[in-house]
Write a protein that binds this ligand. Structure first.
Ligand SMILES: [Zn+2]
Length: 588
């Protein structure tokens, strides 16, 4: 019959116990010196050696030839206890024997002296599971114990053990075993068993075991069952952690701002049956590990999930600073929380990736903090933020009167914005110092520098359609987007609120929408979304119009003075506003 590795390789003497030297040395000295007490309480997380040490101690106190405080494991007492033929050592699982009657029955027989060995030993595992009455019965005998009795209580939840019990026991706190010590033991067991175990495989199992030797050996057992060499990939595969490698790749794409790559990876994971909530959880765990290892590089090792090796964490950690990690973690956590109630989890996750790739889209306090921190860092490292305010021509002047309007081109408010990018963009791409003779960009005539769509201002709040009644013509993309707000779901509308994602043009026959990537194009091509665009534009044009979706950037516009008697062919929200008869409004 196959014996599980953790049973087969359970330590049989104190010297074999790994990682609890502070306890085993004390117990050995007590056995050697005969200074044993009648009640011990072993505490600590699962798999750290509490029950193992209890069994060793039960043999050691009864052994006929103890060696340095260790049981010999060869005398009749040791062997009888080990194979269960000596009934004076009793193991009790309080989880299944927690009633007061169980304890009473046990205590009745405790009154008799042991039949074959020196001490009758009771090992009570998970002692915190005892009922209050059972604890009281136990307390009675702990108060006046017969000399031939010894109790070894073990618990993973010390706070549930009554203080009256604790105060009558000698307590030993078992520590989580360090990963290096577990890996060392795994290598030893593997060598003895003829298992091919790589160094990386041993370290990964050791980290995943989270300080528990029993878990580590059980994990090794699982990996061996699949056959072949146990290396890192095998461990990931057997334990269903292959997603960790995908999560690392996803985070690398986020770091590079590679949105299309990240969305493509998400799509393939989704198609492969990946639960979006699980993905959010894994991403969150990785970000947390990065945050811990970056914030507490020395002491934080014990706090890590163990799913990633230190090399990976170090490499990824260099890609992000702490405020950015906080922002990303907050965003992923928020998304993970909302996924539970979401009707379309995939879209939620995609939105999350969009905002992870471009933190400027995330308006949370964490995101702003991260961006300010980045700015401060860049300033500290000597990047000069160009002071442009004093050199700029007056950006905003009163709107032209109707008379002026008939002779002057439409004011293009997006141009000053284009020459005045937000400071973090300036800091990211410092503009080389221009020769003094060359004219600064801002002083060129506005018509020569049409605003790229990426920096268009956000669309104005939607105008009620009544403002344009009686007028026909293309209202401008921003007006269309404004009208779509409230028509589309919030998730879908988000893409229309980002000029970098979607830009629309009217070429006389058809509305062409330029999407930043295939994913966004597919979204817009859905009948309910393209239909909504067609309907909104139709309200201005007097009839439903066809909508075409293309991937890529729109071709450069040829600038021409718009005919004064007609509404502008291409413009922004203000253009439409002015054209609709509000040209006497003063813009501050
Ligand atoms: Zn012995």
């Amino acid at each position: 019959m196959y014996q599980a590795l953790y049973r087969k390789w359970r330590p049989r003497s104190f010297d074999d116990v790994v990682g609890q030297g502070h306890i085993t040395e004390t117990l050995k000295r007590q056995v050697q010196g005969g200074r044993l007490t009648h009640a011990y309480l072993f505490t600590g997380t699962r798999g750290t050696g509490k029950t193992t040490c209890a069994k060793i101690l039960a043999r050691a106190v009864n052994c006929q030839h103890p060696q340095d405080g260790n049981p010999c494991n060869q005398c009749p007492a040791c062997m009888g206890i080990e194979n269960g033929s000596i009934l004076d050592v009793v193991e009790l699982d309080a989880a299944s024997n927690n009633r007061v009657d169980d304890v009473r029955a046990m205590l009745e027989e405790a009154a008799y002296t042991p039949a074959t060995v020196a001490k009758r030993v009771y090992i009570i595992d998970e002692v915190h599971m005892l009922s209050p009455q059972a604890f009281n019965a136990l307390l009675q005998i702990l108060e006046e114990p017969p000399a031939h009795l010894m109790f070894i209580l073990a618990t993973t939840e010390l706070h549930k053990v009554p203080a009256t019990i604790k105060s009558r026991c000698q307590q030993f706190a078992f520590k989580r075993i360090r990963a290096e010590e577990i890996a060392g033991r795994l290598n030893y067991v593997a060598a003895q068993e003829g298992i091919e175990l790589t160094q990386e495989g041993a370290q990964l199992i050791a980290r995943l075991a989270d300080g528990g030797m029993r878990d580590a050996l059980s994990l090794l057992d699982q990996c061996v069952g699949a056959g072949g060499t146990v290396d890192q990939d095998r461990v990931f595969q057997v334990l269903g952690l292959a997603g960790n490698l995908q999560t690392v790749a996803l985070l690398e794409e986020i770091a590079a701002g590679n949105l299309s790559g990240a969305l493509a990876r998400l799509a393939s994971l989704y198609t492969g049956g990946k639960e979006m909530a699980a993905l959010a959880g894994e991403l969150s765990a990785l970000l947390r590990d990065l945050l811990v290892s970056k914030s507490a590089p020395k002491g934080g090792a014990g706090l890590l999930t163990g799913g990633y090796d230190s090399g990976t964490l170090e490499r990824l950690g260099q890609l992000f600073d702490v405020p950015r990690l906080v922002q990303m973690l907050a965003l992923v956590q928020k998304t993970a929380g909302e996924l539970v109630h979401s009707a379309n989890r995939r879209t939620d996750m995609e939105l999350c990736l969009v905002m992870l790739c471009d933190p400027s889209l995330d308006g949370s306090v964490h995101a702003l903090t991260a961006r300010v921190a980045k700015l401060e860092q860049q300033l500290a490292s000597g990047v000069v933020v160009q002071q442009t305010t004093s050199e700029k021509p007056l950006q905003r002047s009163p709107a032209p009167t109707p008379a002026q309007k008939s002779t002057q081109p439409e004011p293009d408010l997006s141009t000053p914005v284009a020459s005045d990018p937000p400071p973090w963009e300036v800091a990211e791409k410092p503009v080389p110092q221009q020769p003094a003779s060359k004219k600064p960009l801002q002083e060129k005539p506005m018509q020569e520098t049409p605003a790229p769509p990426a920096v268009e201002p956000h669309p104005a709040p939607p105008e009620p359609v009544t403002h344009v009644s009686g007028q026909t013509g293309w209202p401008g993309w921003n007006v269309v987007c404004g009208q779509l707000k409230g028509v589309l779901s919030t998730g879908d509308y988000t893409f229309f609120s980002m000029p970098a994602m979607l830009t629309g043009r009217w070429d006389g026959d058809v509305v062409t929408i330029w999407a930043a990537n295939q994913f966004v194009a597919d979204l817009v091509e859905k009948p309910d979304i393209s239909g909504a665009v067609s309907q909104v534009v139709g309200r201005y044009m007097g009839q439903r119009v066809p909508v075409k979706v293309q991937v890529g950037a729109p071709p450069a516009e040829t600038v021409q003075t718009p005919p004064t008697s007609q509404p502008p062919e291409e413009g922004d929200a203000l253009d439409a506003f002015l054209a609709a008869g509000h040209s006497n409004v003063i813009v501050e």
